[in-house]
Structures are given as C-alpha cells and as structure tokens.
Design a protein around this ligand. Sequence first.
Ligand SMILES: NC(=O)c1ccc[n+]([C@@H]2O[C@H](COP(=O)([O-])OP(=O)(O)OC[C@H]3O[C@@H](n4cnc5c(N)ncnc54)[C@H](O)[C@@H]3O)[C@@H](O)[C@H]2O)c1
Length: 259
Amino acid sequence: MNRVEEKVALVTGGRRGLGRAIAIMLAKEGAKVVITDRKEEGSKDVLKAIKATGNEGIFLLHDVREEEEWKRVIDETVSRFGKLDILVNNAGVGAGKNIEDVTLDEWRWVMSINLDGVFLGTKYAIEAMKKTGGGSIINMSSIEGIVGDARMAAYDTSKGGLRTLSKSAALHCAKRGYNIRINTVHPGFIDTAMVRGFLKAQAKDGDVTAARKALEALHPIGHLGEPDDVAYAVLYLASDESKFATGSELVVDGGYTAE
Ligand SMILES: NC(=O)c1ccc[n+]([C@@H]2O[C@H](COP(=O)([O-])OP(=O)(O)OC[C@H]3O[C@@H](n4cnc5c(N)ncnc54)[C@H](O)[C@@H]3O)[C@@H](O)[C@H]2O)c1
C-alpha cells in the first residue's frame, strides 16, 4: 500500500486497456492521477474506479501528437495538483502490416502517435519535473521494440525508436543531475482491445480462437498477459523503490524474448 503516496501521475491513453489498469493501480497505491486520451469513452468508468480507491483523478482530452496539447495538459496537471511526479507515456496504436504492405501514410500515422507523442511527452515532462525536484517517466515500448515481427514493420520501428529515445533522455537527465529517471516497459501480448483487434485481423478464415492459440504459444509461460501484469511493472518504476533504475528496460513478456 501507498507505494506512490503523495505523488501526482499523468497516464496517457488512460481510458482503457493498459492505461486504465496503470491509472487505477497508481491511485490504489496513493497517487493522484490525471488520465488523458484522444477519446472520452470509458473515462468515467476509470474515474469511478480511481475514486473508489479514495484518491483523486481527473480526465483531460488530449491528442499526444499535438505539441500545444502537451503544454496544456501538463499546465492543467500542475495547476490542479501542484506538480507532476510520474508520466506514463502509454498511448499507442498498432498497424499489423509487413514492410511490403504498409503504406507511407500508415507508417507516418504510427510514428506520429507512438514516437512523436512519446518525444513530446518526455520533453515537456522533463521541463515540469525539473521545477519541482524530479520525477519518473515511464515509456511504453513492447517486445516489438526488442525483437522484430514480420507482421508489424511500422509498430516495431516506433517501439524500438522510443526505447533508445528513452535511454538518450535518461542519460541527459542523469548527467545534468535533474533527479528525473526514464525507463521503458516491454510487455508481451496482453489481453486488451488492441490485441483482440490484432487477432481478428490476423485470423485466417475468421478463426480467432486458432489465432489466439498460436499467439499464446509464442509465450513460453503458455498464455497472454493481463493488464495488471504491466501495471505492477509500471508501479515499481514510478515508485522510489526504483531510485537506482534509469535508462533501463523492464521486460514483462512470459518469456517471449528469452527464446
Ligand atoms: N496490449 C498489448 O499486448 C501491448 C503489448 C506491448 C505494448 N503495448 C503498448 O501499450 C500501450 C497500450 O496498449 P493497449 O493494449 O492498452 O491499447 P488500447 O488500444 O486498448 O489503448 C490505447 C489507448 O491509447 C489511446 N490513443 C490512441 N491514439 C491516441 C492519441 N493520438 N492521443 C491520445 N491517446 C491516444 C486510445 O484511445 C486508447 O484509449 C500502447 O502503447 C501499446 O503499443 C501493448
């Protein structure tokens, strides 16, 4: 309990999936949480769950691709709660296309959210955290940021890019003595709407059950992950328990990348 007590967290893409689980986990452990998302649907339910933990939460509409919107949501967070201690750059999109099929427009769309969004969030969070003595930035990569997958050329590139962006920014902050740590989390396939959409698209002859079984088999542990598996990893990196971890990669993948 209270592993992030008195801290203020901002979680992008917080209305559903991993972002939802992370926001509720941080609130349960004592943080005030700002959830942001490009869409509002589902956000009331997350706020209700945050309230039930006894902590405060607010929702802000936010497109992570837009620089001015980053300035606005960070300003609103600081004016409402006084500071920003934790940023989870979780919002992301997938495009299940190989290098031959993916179009330039699809490529740019994935980069604009998964890479530009994380770049802007990291940049403006550092600016805010510097003023209040430090913080922890957690950038959501993937196993796809470590190993390649023939089906996901743009997604893999974006997740690999944000992995090394995070290391560069972590080194910068450490060397400047900012007390700001930046780490990445690398989940295997987790049972969320994003993965269910991916399975539907990949299923041959519409056989989603077979596609799911094949995906599960890629994880030596024998099943997909749950959102809380990732939320616990984020909680560790958000808390002061990880005070010596920066520029690191926390892999939570049921053994996927160990093979
Ligand atoms: N589910 C998995 O298996 C898995 C594995 C590894 C990494 N990830 C990463 O974890 C993150 C969350 O994944 P998820 O499975 O919960 O996905 P999801 O699709 O369920 O949720 C993503 C959220 O991001 C929001 N979003 C999309 N574009 C946005 C934008 N431009 N601005 C603001 N918000 C935007 C969506 O509205 C949605 O609420 C993503 O970055 C994803 O790449 C997921």
